[in-house]
Design a protein around this ligand. Structure first.
Ligand SMILES: Cc1cc2nc3c(=O)[nH]c(=O)nc-3n(C[C@H](O)[C@H](O)[C@H](O)COP(=O)(O)O)c2cc1C
Length: 152
């Protein structure tokens, strides 16, 4: 099976998760930064797109990338998404906890957009950082690998 993992990352945490997803998917899986994707790269069986959640959304680079995909270009491609985010249980900010309930996270939004281009949704997942620049919470690298194995 051919799969592609597209990501953006500011502090490197989402890149680490993206790499573990590629490791979990195994042979036939490629990692590409969103700025390096070429149209031919999208001829895959599974497309996974990941972003840090910033201001309750995906990075503008990723939103622009998905928006620019032609209608139905992901027809019969299985699509999944992920984001990295702070854990509201750790941050303990009432304002943030309330706001995320209303405005959400990048992962769900990316998946909807991929599906709107014809992709077949197979799931989204969230991976946690302990502070905005990281590090990732313990165990997230392994959890990402295990999740990827289920996508295969
Ligand atoms: C400007 C900014 C906005 C952010 N907004 C959110 C947010 O809305 N929800 C959230 O859970 N985390 C938020 N974060 C934390 C990011 O999710 C965190 O920086 C990111 O997971 C780190 O990934 P990266 O190392 O790949 O950049 C924000 C961080 C920054 C710097």
């Amino acid at each position: 099976m051919k799969s592609l993992v597209i990501y953006d990352s500011v502090f490197g945490n989402t890149k680490k998760i993206a790499q573990s997803i590629v490791d979990g998917l195994g042979e036939g899986s490629t990692l590409i930064h969103v700025s390096n994707v070429k149209p031919g790269d999208l001829k895959v069986d599974l497309l996974v797109v990941g972003s840090p959640t910033r201001a309750f959304n995906a990075m503008p680079t990723l939103n622009a990338f998905v928006a620019a995909l032609p209608a139905n270009s992901l027809k019969s491609v299985r699509v999944a998404s992920f984001d990295t985010r702070v854990d509201v249980e750790v941050v303990k900010s009432k304002v943030l906890t309330t706001m995320v309930k209303f405005f959400g996270y990048a992962g769900e939004k990316i998946l909807k957009k991929l599906a709107s281009k014809g992709g077949i949704s197979v799931g989204t997942n969230a991976f946690y950082v302990l502070d905005k620049e990281g590090p990732l919470k313990d165990g997230e690298i392994l959890r990402a690998q295990e999740w990827a194995k289920q996508l295969n």
